[in-house]
Design a protein around this ligand. Structure first.
Ligand SMILES: *Cc1c(COP(=O)(O)O)cnc(C)c1O
Length: 375
């Protein structure tokens, strides 16, 4: 009998690093430095070093990282920001909350990421920024996006919540970690993310000193000097226990991403040349850290496939079943069915298989066989 299959196996991962994690947590408890303790500073420094980023500003979650970025860049109601309709709602939700108009641009079929060829025609005099989303673990075409942003004087806020550790490769061979290329990069440490804590957490990256100061201030009620509030901010902190956990797991991040890639390659082989299953395409300019292993199903009833997988006790997920421009919450933007045909077709075709650091080949073989049976 094989072990029960989970979409993400956080327990199995914890068991291998239990001693280090428990020690680090207990140090925080003993110290009682629960908020802004030394563990937060240590993790911040280690992450800056890992990324090659000048500043890491820890915060409470990935959604806040996006919101605080937009606030620090001075974006306000009435401005326009361009992003993808094929992402988790948080990316566009923060725009709506700040009164910023969200302008969607369709994605590419192969990479699930913003179609840079369509980006420029969405720019208007009101456009202030682009939010590229590095979906499922690989980078958007950041070289092209930065070129367009420079030409039109736009800010770039990278939503790197699903791609921490992935590398973008420039045409001249230069490499940068995703999230360190735009004005800011945003990540989430939600437990199931590639670098996840045991609660909520997030961070903002930037190489700009002045912007870093502002981001830090906004995360702390707009306070730059104690009880002097220069502007309105929010309360968004990474707590010390989460930082202590992340500081342990950061050491293993590259190893975790290698394990994910290996699992992806195993799946790829199983579905190679299958007429009804399209495996993920890897962009030439980015490494892939496989936050999700997402297939496109062709000429099949996806609902039935998902049901059959559930019957076989294999959890599978549909990320994302409704593109953002067709969500009830964004009705006010006035988009209609047919506006972003690729995002719409993807939302009808995709299915994500279990993907985590503890998958065994035996489990993967079982998942693959059942999927081939189901289609
Ligand atoms: C997870 C995620 C977020 C939000 O992160 P939270 O920490 O849950 O707030 C934003 N964007 C994308 C693409 C995500 O996957």
């Amino acid at each position: 009998m094989i072990n029960p299959i989970k979409m993400v196996d956080l327990k199995g991962q914890y068991e291998k690093i239990k001693k280090e994690i428990d020690e680090n947590i207990s140090q925080v408890i003993e110290s009682t430095a629960f908020i802004n303790g030394p563990k937060v500073k240590e993790f911040q420094a280690h992450l800056e070093n890992y990324l090659g980023a000048k500043h890491v500003i820890p915060c409470a979650n990935g959604t806040d990282a996006l919101q605080v970025s937009l606030m620090a860049l001075g974006l306000k109601a009435g401005d326009e920001v361009i992003t993808s309709p094929f992402t988790f709602i948080a990316t566009a939700e923060v725009l709506g909350l700040l009164g910023i108009t969200c302008k969607f641009v369709d994605v590419e079929w192969d990479s699930f990421n913003l179609d840079v060829a369509q980006l420029e025609k969405a720019i208007t005099p009101k456009t202030k920024a682009i939010i590229p989303v590095h979906l499922f673990g690989q980078s958007c075409n950041m070289e092209k996006i930065m070129e367009i942003a420079k030409k039109h004087a736009l800010f770039v806020v990278e939503d790197a919540c699903q791609a921490i550790g992935a590398t973008f490769i420039f045409k001249n061979g230069e490499k940068k970690k995703v999230g360190t290329i735009g004005d800011t990069g945003c990540v989430s440490f939600f437990p199931s993310k590639n670098l996840g804590c045991y609660g909520d957490g997030g961070a903002i990256f930037t190489n700009n000193d002045e912007l870093a100061r502002k981001l830090r201030g906004i995360c702390n009620h707009g306070m730059f000097k104690q009880y002097h509030h220069e502007l309105l901010g929010v309360n968004s902190r990474l707590d010390s226990i989460q930082a202590a956990i992340l500081d342990v797991k950061l050491k293993y991040l590259d190893g975790y991403n290698v394990a994910r890639k290996k699992a992806a390659e195993f799946y790829d082989k199983m579905f190679e040349n299958h007429p009804k299953i399209e495996t993920p395409a890897i962009s030439s300019f980015s490494t892939h850290v496989f936050h999700q292993y997402t297939l496109k199903l062709k000429n099949v009833d996806r609902k039935k496939v998902v049901e059959k997988m559930k019957e076989a006790e294999i959890p599978v997920m549909v990320y994302y079943p409704i593109p953002l421009h067709l969500q009830e919450a964004f009705k006010y933007l006035g988009y209609q069915k047919g506006d972003f045909p690729i995002a719409e077709k993807l939302s009808e075709s995709v299915v994500s298989l279990p993907m985590h650091t503890e998958l065994t080949e035996e489990q993967q073989r079982f998942i693959g066989e059942k999927l081939i049976e189901a289609v």
